[in-house]
Write a protein that binds this ligand. Structure first.
Ligand SMILES: [Zn+2]
Length: 237
């Protein structure tokens, strides 16, 4: 019942979103049937936020090997080119690679974006915490993130968001806008790292699935709003 109610609320904000099971069945099916990829030999990498709430979302695909964790705060692939190279070296022989990436956003039954009820907490908290903190800071026009060793990921995330600042602040839903901007940043970086590291792969196929993870209440399925599914031939990059 609650799941059905959530389904309506999620689809009000993200009409294309699928729940966890539908996401995994749909995309693993596509890989196997449409693209003839042997899913028993696929190594997965994730570039999703460090937040504990995202751990179940990466089990969407737990029939695959992995995950190799590329992501840090906000979901940016902080493991960089070295991470992409290491991932490339770990893929099963005659297998292929799968990268699941994107930011996350909480949603409550009341329809509030950027918030969620976490396990055994009475009050809502922010989700994604890193993005909502960045949003708060970006509202101050004089704010400039300062890259430093002790808060490297957050500062780098905020710096990456600066070019999107006006668009985010002008949006009716700033929480959704900052999440979508972060998706763009992650998507671009994953493609860039793939391109620079393509010779490190000893297989020719990499499947990408990028989008926005939508966190619902504890105990209910998360949702995923797919924005990019592509099966890349590395030899064609
Ligand atoms: Zn987060």
């Amino acid at each position: 019942m609650l799941q059905r109610k959530f389904d309506e609320i999620v689809k009000g904000h993200f009409p294309n979103a699928l729940d966890a099971k539908d996401t995994s069945i749909h995309y693993l099916g596509k890989m196997q049937i449409e693209y003839k990829l042997d899913v028993s030999k696929v190594l997965m990498a994730t570039s999703v936020c460090s937040d504990d709430i995202n751990v179940p979302s990466t089990t969407f695909f737990n029939v695959l090997f992995g995950p190799f964790i590329m992501g840090g705060l906000g979901g940016l692939p902080f493991a960089g080119q070295t991470g992409m190279t290491a991932f490339a070296h770990h893929i099963p022989d005659e297998g292929s690679a799968f990268i699941f990436y994107g930011p996350h956003i909480g949603l409550t039954l009341e329809g509030d974006l950027g918030k969620m009820y976490r396990p055994r907490q009475e009050q809502t908290g922010n989700s994604c915490g890193a993005l909502m903190l960045a949003l708060d800071r970006l509202k101050d026009e004089s704010y400039r993130p300062e890259i430093n060793d002790d808060d490297y990921q957050q500062m780098k995330l905020e710096e990456s968001l600066l070019p999107y600042r006006e668009k985010i602040l002008a949006s009716d839903s700033q929480e959704k806008a900052i999440t979508e901007a972060t998706y763009e940043i992650i998507n671009e970086k994953i493609h860039a790292h793939l391109k620079t590291c393509k010779d490190e792969f000893h297989v020719d196929t990499v499947t990408l699935l990028g989008g926005i993870i939508i966190n619902t209440d504890y105990g209910l399925d998360d949702y995923f709003d797919p924005k990019n599914f592509e099966v890349i031939k590395l030899s064609e990059l």
